[in-house]
Design a protein around this ligand. Structure first.
Ligand SMILES: NC(=O)c1ccc[n+]([C@@H]2O[C@H](COP(=O)([O-])OP(=O)(O)OC[C@H]3O[C@@H](n4cnc5c(N)ncnc54)[C@H](OP(=O)(O)O)[C@@H]3O)[C@@H](O)[C@H]2O)c1
Length: 286
């Protein structure tokens, strides 16, 4: 199997590199400037030259707040580029793996979200990601995973940002009514590769097990890292939030767990592994 990865050096792409290296699978991870998924010429020449069996589309416009003003870019990367990837994948009979988000939901269900629930994104980022997953679903050999609160060895995650906030503050407020599932990139890579091996297609929610508020996640992380800051629980309404964000978006991983016959680890177990790894090698998040 030959795997072409878009979205390097993003945090998810990096975990695929580690997993594929361990498995001795041939892969190519061109950087953004060499493999811009909004550039049809680059997509088509990269595919013709490398001849992948699988494309992992880890590239995304992920800045939820900027997306409102940067609408054209968010739509180009999260939606229009997927249309082009689908065309190329169809033409060359390549499996296309694409990633979406819990932000396709409005958070009003107040219970676990399943794949059968109707999406209703509240912001431009969520709308662009929903349009992208719908494009990918048009292709019969695509595999789409909705992820939430993705945490990996990179900067585009809540824990990295939180570590920076608390550097010069003894006491930090964190929302306790924003609830989802912290999901670690090393787990995502493992189960995605199993799903490819089983030749699954269609839409799945891929999260760690359990759910948490931002406050619970921040508190457990602070404790595991040995920080002494005080974490104060507050409702999200205590912050000035410039855009609409859904509050409760925890997605059930039941469908993918049953399809693979696995129990996906609880987020707290994976958080422990993550903290140990960064404590042993701080360069992982530089
Ligand atoms: N992070 C989260 O909390 C979260 C939550 C739910 C779902 N997801 C989804 O999970 C997937 C992986 O995200 P991630 O957390 O790994 O994000 P990430 O760390 O921000 O990585 C995204 C990568 O995509 C690259 N990129 C942006 N535009 C591109 C383009 N036009 N062509 C090629 N590469 C481009 C970025 O490069 P530059 O830095 O150069 O722009 C970056 O390296 C995405 O589909 C994302 O929407 C993420």
């Amino acid at each position: 199997m030959r795997v072409l990865i878009a979205g390097y050096p993003g945090q998810l792409a990096k975990s695929f590199i580690s997993a594929l290296t361990r498995m001795n699978i041939v892969f190519l991870t061109p950087p953004h400037y060499d493999f811009d998924i909004t550039n049809n010429y680059q997509i088509s020449s990269m595919i013709s030259a490398f001849k992948p069996d699988v494309i992992l589309n880890c590239a995304a416009y992920n800045n939820v707040e900027h997306a409102e003003e940067d609408m054209a870019d968010a739509i180009a990367v999260n939606y229009k580029a997927v249309e082009n990837l689908v065309k190329e994948a169809e033409l060359h009979k390549i499996k296309l793996v694409h990633f979406s988000t819990d932000y396709v939901f409005d958070g009003k269900k107040n219970d676990w979200y399943f794949e059968t629930d109707n999406p209703n994104p509240l912001n431009l980022y969520g709308k662009s990601k929903l349009a992208g997953e719908n494009e990918a679903l048009q292709y019969e050999n695509s595999l789409i995973f909705r992820l939430s609160w993705v945490i990996g060895y990179g900067r585009n995650n809540f824990l990295y940002k939180f570590t920076n906030w608390i550097k010069d503050k003894q006491s930090v407020k964190v929302s306790n009514d924003e609830i989802s599932v912290p999901t670690f990139t090393f787990d995502i890579a493992k189960y995605v590769l199993m799903a490819i091996d089983k030749d699954l297609t269609g839409l799945y929610h891929l999260t760690n097990s359990g759910k948490a508020s931002r406050y619970e996640l921040a508190s457990k992380y602070t404790k595991l890292m040995g920080f002494t800051n005080e974490i104060v629980p507050v409702p999200m309404s205590a912050f000035e939030v410039p855009i609409r964000r859904p509050l409760v978006t925890a997605m059930s991983n039941r469908k993918i767990s049953e399809a693979l016959g696995v129990n996906i680890p609880n987020w707290e177990d994976s958080l422990r592994i993550y903290c140990n790894n960064i404590k042993n090698n701080i360069d992982l998040i530089k």
